[in-house]
Design a protein around this ligand. Structure first.
Ligand code: SAH
Length: 415
């Protein structure tokens, strides 16, 4: 059998979905995304579909199917298990010459749903000649090629809106594991002409760049920190003005102690358009990788992330450490190793108990991850004895032990 592929323009057109279970839950979002007017006929809906119905995103007819339901539809999706009920819908659709997709039995359907992947303006739809597994394997291979840019270097596609020349994207690279960058971040990185990267950016992401991409290592810029930031801002603006698409790749999330705001202001002042792509921040991901949830029901209902870069007794510190000491929830300190003795002493002085569980996660989410579990009272000595080095996050609070007995010890665990 030879198929004839088509793309349906469903904007404002009625699509009838019969059934309100798992299949409908999977199919309805893409129909809504295409702008279809979705009518679901089913005695019951899953909670996800119910939420869409309550939000008026779809119309729900809470009853059994009747053949006249097909009258207004351009397309019918059968999403019921019962073959007799499904056949009834198929027949009604056939009589009215409306295409009908069947989840239960594709041999009796008049239309098939392809495996799909979407990238900016490009939609790829793959049919496996009746073998959905095969279609998905091919689709996945194409998706990987689009994400890492290998497909596009062979046949350039129209630029996506956020990646046109003369723009800057501030992209969070995630905490260290190269797979923890967002899909959008990776897609933009694959299109960059110039990449300005931080020290904490996963090296493997840079390894994938095309040979013609200019890579600026921001950590190698001489001068002090203030001057270096000016220099980075200048490079972003200059390269964008020269007509390049510049990706500023920053560790974790660009706005969590990443100076992303300053770079955004510099670009905006120079009239260079900027896209910001958030990232997975180490303040949450490094504890998670060590088996520590930053919140846990009944244990901690708040978490606070602070910079330990400026010592608590320094008048320039903007952190109210005495208030943090009175807090009962989770405290996550970034850039806190150098000042850890002063930080721990301040928390103790202002009343946080010495027995408060503490953990230090070095190079979280990477192959070199190390975890030290301790207490507020002992952590300073134990960090020194274990030779923990930056980058590391320090976590204080009962969440440190919340899962400790449940999870098996992980690579790098010291206790
Ligand atoms: N924007 C980044 C943080 C930049 S400040 C983010 O959102 O993650 C740099 C500090 O982040 C380091 O000193 C360290 O405290 C922390 N950090 C970054 N990557 C880390 C990692 N893989 N493991 C532990 N801490 C990390």
């Amino acid at each position: 059998m030879t198929l004839y592929p088509l793309a349906l323009r469903l904007e404002g057109r009625t699509v009838l979905v019969v059934g309100g279970g798992a299949v409908a839950t999977r199919r309805v979002p893409a129909l809504l995304d295409a702008g279809a007017h979705v009518v679901v006929v089913a005695p019951q809906l899953t909670p996800a579909l119910q939420a869409l119905a309550s939000a008026d995103r779809l119309r729900w007819e809470p009853r059994r199917f009747e053949p006249s339901d097909v009258d207004d539809a351009w397309l019918v999706q059968v999403a019921v298990d019962d073959p007799v009920a499904a056949a009834e819908v198929s027949e009604a659709a056939e009589e009215r010459r409306v295409f009908c997709v069947r989840a239960d039995d594709r041999t009796r359907a008049t239309a098939w749903t392809p495996a799909v992947t979407r990238h900016g303006p490009v939609t790829v739809a793959v049919l496996g000649g009746g073998d959905p597994r095969r279609a998905m394997v091919v689709r996945d291979a194409i998706r990987d090629g689009l994400v890492d840019g290998t497909l596009e270097s062979a046949a350039p596609l129209a630029p996506v809106a956020e990646a046109t020349p003369g723009r800057v994207a501030l992209v969070g690279s995630g905490p260290g594991d190269p797979e923890l960058i967002t899909v959008k971040g990776r897609r933009l990185l694959a299109r960059a002409d110039v990449v300005v990267a931080d020290r904490l950016v996963p090296g493997l992401l840079l390894d994938e760049l095309r040979p013609d991409v200019e890579l600026v290592d921001a950590s190698k810029i001489p001068y002090g920190p203030a001057k270096a930031q000016e220099e980075i801002n200048r490079i972003l603006v200059d390269r964008a003005r020269a007509g390049h698409f510049v990706v500023r790749l920053k560790g974790g999330d660009p706005y969590v102690f990443g100076r992303g705001g300053e770079e955004l202001i510099a670009c905006a002042e120079a009239g260079v358009p900027v896209t910001v792509v958030p990232g997975v921040t180490s303040s949450i991901a490094a504890p998670a990788a060590a088996g520590i949830p930053v919140t846990h029901r009944g244990v901690a209902h708040e978490f606070t992330v602070v910079s330990g870069h400026v010592a608590p007794d320094n008048p320039l510190s903007l952190v109210d450490w005495s208030a943090l000491a009175r807090m009962r929830g989770t405290l996550v300190v970034l850039m806190g190793l150098k000042n850890l003795p002063a930080i721990a002493a301040t928390l103790l002085t202002h009343g946080r108990p010495a027995a408060t569980p503490a953990a230090v996660v070095q190079e979280g989410t990477t192959g070199a991850q190390r975890v030290l579990r301790s207490t507020l009272g002992d952590v300073v000595d134990e960090v020194a004895a274990a030779g923990i080095r930056p980058p590391a996050v320090v976590v204080f609070g009962n969440v440190v032990d919340a899962l400790a007995t449940t999870l098996p010890a992980r690579r790098g665990d010291q206790t």
